[in-house]
Design a protein around this ligand. Structure first.
Ligand code: THU
Length: 138
């Protein structure tokens, strides 16, 4: 895989471990309607890891994306900033977070947050350009 981000900070991130945690979280998904389990995991600024899985609902539109669980886990386990995120599908392949979830992740990681893609880690600034966020409300 090509790492398109040459920041040494990026190279020091345990991407393989985050990937493993995302795949583990995916196995906990509750996705009986779409049959599309998703897992996501992230490194937090204090060094801990958080994760989440999608949890669907008989009222289809109320289903929770995996990233919803991740940010809930982040807050519940002590907060902090998201540094690096890996999202996966049932096969463990890197999955693009949906638009709404990019917004959720942006809130807690900002433009520097790194998201693993098939082309290597990409910044949230590139995945969600000119994002609306907390700074707009100041
Ligand atoms: N899904 C996520 O959990 N995260 C995403 O970023 C993309 C989509 C879930 C929602 C739904 O349970 C299933 O994938 C199919 O759309």
């Amino acid at each position: 895989m090509t790492n398109t981000n040459n920041d040494s900070h990026t190279d020091s991130i345990a991407w393989s471990h985050i990937h493993d945690l995302a795949k583990e979280a995916m196995t906990k998904a509750y996705a009986p309607y779409s049959n599309f389990p998703v897992g996501v995991a992230a490194l937090v600024s204090d060094g801990r890891y958080v994760s989440g899985c999608n949890v669907e609902n008989a009222s289809y539109g109320l289903g929770l994306c995996a990233e919803c669980g991740l940010v809930s886990n982040l807050a519940h386990s002590g907060g902090g900033r998201l540094i690096a995120v890996v999202c996966v599908d049932a096969a463990g392949n890197y999955l693009a977070p949906c638009g709404r979830c990019r917004q959720l992740l942006f809130e807690h990681g900002g433009p520097e947050l790194l998201l693993m893609t098939p082309d290597g880690p990409q910044t949230m600034a590139s995945m969600l350009p000119w994002a609306f966020g907390p700074d707009n409300l100041k």
